[in-house]
Design a binder for this molecule. Structure first.
Ligand SMILES: [Zn+2]
Length: 329
């Protein structure tokens, strides 16, 4: 293994995570700062640059060379130019923010910019659940639904950088409005907030459910964690909510199969911690919708890298893009 390490940054709405990552995917050093996303983008980037400098000093002390930095962005970007177009969960939305230029000016390293869930997909492909396959699709279910696609062992970016936006597969024609402008996207149905909204509805409708007891009757205390606990305890209403979400995801996965017929489907994100009940309901959804491929042959697994996936993925992106002239030197 060489002496080189890469700095991975995962920009989030609440926290921004950092890691010094070896070429084999091992994390040498990790840290996290509050993003304080209500501030101007310049101020947020100033803080990211300071923390990056602090970690670079640590790398120098260990006599390790850091040739590049990668950053994962939770939104729409131009990955080649390194410009943010829209971060839907940030109060200032970050329209036309040249984040690569700003970071390169402040940190003095080449910077690679990538969508956050595409970075997680890359990490799972290289070092996690997908390390032994050539083709896979990832669905990450959290506050939103992100995704990524790997073909011939490489992350697929697409002409506009939107290959793998699996959260915006239509699963209910004319359905609930999605943040993207379409109606009936997977993301409008299968997220942590959608799960919580369904649970609150069930409580308000006076259904007999453990969710009410776990939240001690307080609707503000209904969270994905509470719903997951109710699922684990076998609560019927919570199981039904999970079932519906799983079936929508299964429907989207069936669409992925008829498009790329991958070897593996990886399910990640906070909601995937619901575990086997969710995986079972996704399998049911696939079985209902997939006829061109024997549904029993679908390999559906949970992501392996968990909390470090974002920073390992962005560090790996920086490494793989270095010298390919897409990262400005
Ligand atoms: Zn959408």
């Amino acid at each position: 293994m060489g002496n080189r390490i890469f700095l991975g940054v995962d920009l989030g709405g609440t926290n921004t995570k950092f890691a010094l990552v070896q070429e084999g995917g091992e994390v040498l050093e990790r840290s996290s700062i509050r993003t304080k996303a209500m501030r101007k983008p310049e101020e947020v980037v100033d803080d990211i640059a300071s923390e990056a400098q602090r970690l670079l000093a640590i790398a120098r002390k260990k006599e390790r060379e850091v040739p590049a930095l990668g950053i994962g962005i939770p939104g729409r970007i131009d990955w080649e130019e390194g410009i943010c177009y829209l971060l839907p969960n940030f109060p200032n939305k970050w329209y036309q923010v040249p984040i690569r230029q700003w970071l390169e000016d402040r940190v003095g390293l080449p910077v690679g910019v990538i969508n956050d869930v595409r970075a997680i997909t890359l990490a799972e492909k290289r070092f996690g659940a997908g390390r032994d396959v050539e083709s896979m699709a990832m669905v990450a279910i959290g506050t939103g639904v992100g995704g990524g696609v790997v073909l011939n062992g490489e992350l697929v970016i697409g002409q506009h950088g939107s290959a793998g936006e699996l959260g915006h597969i239509t699963v209910e024609a004319g359905g609930t409005e999605c943040g993207c402008g379409n109606r009936g996207c997977l993301e409008a149905y299968a997220t942590g907030p959608a799960m919580v909204a369904a649970a609150i509805r069930a409580v308000v409708q006076q259904n007999d459910t453990l969710i009410r007891d776990l939240a001690e009757g307080d609707l503000n205390r209904v969270t994905t964690k509470v719903v997951s606990q109710a699922i684990a305890a076998g609560d019927r209403i919570a199981m039904e909510i999970m079932q519906r979400i799983g079936e929508y995801i299964g429907q989207a996965v069936a669409n992925v199969y008829v498009t790329i017929d991958p070897e593996l489907i990886v399910i990640g994100g906070g909601v995937s911690r619901a575990g086997e009940p969710l995986m079972d309901s996704i399998r049911k959804g696939i079985k209902k919708r997939l006829f061109m491929v024997p549904w029993e042959s679908v390999r559906l697994v949970r992501a392996e890298l968990d909390m470090d996936a974002g920073t390992i993925g962005t560090a790996t992106w920086a490494k793989e893009r270095l010298g390919k002239n897409k990262i400005r030197k």
